[in-house]
Design a protein around this ligand. Structure first.
Ligand SMILES: Cc1cc2nc3c(=O)[nH]c(=O)nc-3n(C[C@H](O)[C@H](O)[C@H](O)COP(=O)(O)OP(=O)(O)OC[C@H]3O[C@@H](n4cnc5c(N)ncnc54)[C@H](O)[C@@H]3O)c2cc1C
Length: 460
């Protein structure tokens, strides 16, 4: 950690894409920090077979966000990348980013944050997997939210093998899927990918997808271009742009029943988008069957809520993730049972001025470089160039923005942290200006005092 005595010290938890870009911003602003990474390398989710067991990558995974949207602002992606790079290319990009900006020595690898506790004086005590305890003024949570599998607990007993998609690596690992009757539960992006992969006739004997409701399966390409490259201009009112996009999707995809799938009970973009270049073709070719939600398991028999049943050998649950912060004991710091954790600008809890959540969002179309934008506000905040509003103003804004960002999605634990990348980034820019005026009124004093270093030294 560098030795500024006036700026607060920060504990950055995690060195995935969110953690490394946060660390870079802190370093550039001379804000002292330690970054702890549980694994032996950066990259988080994009580190296939990550030895920390937290990556959900499967061997064939290509990112659904195009290279045009995922790049960090000041670190272009390699010119020879395809539109939708493979996970190994992304992982190398993150390694290169860290080395290019000289961050490697700032990250303590193979070091997990086991506990982070708020002390009565407001500073943090952080306990590491090494057994060491350190004191910080601020905690920046960058631990990701796609690693703690949410697996359904079905009534009955299954005689086959049931795994979460998090454990799926390829058609032979951890289960040899050849000749098996496979059910993939869920039609999110992982579900569509894994179902498409296993439905090839030389792999699973039969591939069924089970889901509570139909979804709109969006293409990765539109008019020969990466779909997320086409952006409706921001001066078009939101309602109109949504209506135009919906009409475009309906016109170009047609009815989902044309592919042998159920009609969604919602409009396009009332759910986090599921995209696949393969799935509809396989469903339309009869390689994928559809069933509604699983009601019960009985030996190899799987019964569905419509009363039908099929025999299965393997169930792959692509059923999403819990948002988890195992290092926090305080209930106020973790999401409630509905997966809700309301945050000001998806970063701060009203009334807690020295805890920040980075990348804790489900932004469309990209999460990869989302924290990079948030880190601008964080750096301004920790250097006294930005002030938060009062806690009650923060709460009011949270309610208004939840309505703005979440209002159009159907109610589900899956949709508690949805945002749209571009409007969010525009707003963060304006918010930094608003906060700068508040900071000016405070004489640009640093809002979080730098106390932890002195207290730690005194305690030794
Ligand atoms: C199958 C799949 C496909 C995806 N596809 C896309 C996509 O197309 N586009 C997109 O934008 N996003 C996608 N994502 C989302 C993905 O989470 C983000 O792209 C990105 O990895 C988020 O970065 P992060 O740094 O916030 O979290 P992570 O990548 O999860 O990194 C978190 C890091 O924190 C570390 N860590 C965790 N806990 C601790 C601790 N206690 N102490 C120390 N270190 C800790 C972990 O080891 C890890 O390195 C996908 C996710 C999955 C699972």
């Amino acid at each position: 950690m560098s030795a500024s005595t006036t700026l607060p010290t920060v504990c950055v938890i995690g060195a995935g894409p969110s953690g490394i870009t946060t660390a870079k911003r802190l370093k550039q602003h001379g804000i002292p920090f330690d970054c702890f990474e549980a694994s032996d390398e950066v990259g988080g989710n994009w580190y296939y077979r990550n030895p920390n067991g937290m990556s959900a990558c499967y061997q064939s995974l290509h990112i659904d966000t195009s290279k045009w949207r995922l790049a960090f602002e000041d670190f272009p992606v390699p010119a020879d990348w395809p539109d939708f790079p493979h996970h190994s290319q992304l992982h190398q990009y993150f390694i290169d980013y860290v080395d290019h900006f000289g961050l490697r020595d700032d990250i303590e690898f193979n070091t997990k944050v086991e506990r982070a506790e708020r002390r009565p004086d407001g500073t943090w005590t952080v306990t590491l997997s090494t057994g060491e305890t350190r004191r910080y003024d601020v905690v920046a949570v960058c631990n990701g939210h796609h690693w703690d599998p949410r697996t359904p607990d079905y009534p009955g007993r299954f005689a086959g093998q049931l795994i979460h998609s998090h454990a799926y690596n390829d058609p032979f690992d951890p289960i040899d899927m050849r000749g098996k009757r496979v059910i993939v539960v869920g039609m999110g992006n992982s579900g569509l990918d894994i179902a498409s992969e296993l439905s090839q006739r030389f792999l699973a004997e039969r591939l069924t997808v089970s889901a509570r409701r139909g979804v709109w399966v969006l293409p990765k390409y539109v008019n020969g271009m990466a779909g997320d490259k086409t952006v409706v201009p921001h001066w078009i009112p939101r309602k109109l742009s949504l209506a135009l996009t919906r009409r475009f999707v309906r016109k170009n995809l047609g009815d989902m029943s044309n592919y042998g799938l159920p009609e969604p009970d919602h409009q396009p973009f009332e759910a986090h988008p599921s995209a696949s270049g393969e799935f509809l073709g396989r469903a339309g070719s009869g390689d994928i069957d559809f069933k509604p939600a699983i009601a019960e398991l009985d030996g190899h028999t799987v019964r569905f809520v419509d009363g039908t049943e099929i025999e299965a050998d393997v169930i792959v649950c692509a059923t999403g993730y819990h948002i988890s912060f195992p290092f926090f004991d305080e209930p106020a710091l973790v999401p409630d049972e509905k997966n809700r954790l309301p945050l000001y600008k998806r970063m701060f809890q009203p009334g807690i001025d020295n805890l920040v959540y980075m990348g804790l969002a489900q932004p469309m179309p990209t999460l990869v470089n989302f924290a990079e934008q948030q880190s601008k506000l964080l750096a301004a905040y920790l250097t006294g160039q930005y002030r938060l509003p009062t806690p009650s103003e923060m709460s009011d804004t949270i309610s208004a923005e939840e309505q703005k960002y979440l209002g159009r999605y159907y109610d589900s634990p899956r949709h508690t942290i949805q945002v749209e990348f571009d409007p969010y980034v525009r707003d963060i820019g304006k918010e930094i200006e608003r906060g700068r005026k508040r900071a000016a009124a405070q004489g640009f004093s640093v809002p979080v005092p730098a106390r932890a270093n002195a207290e730690q030294a005194a305690a030794v």
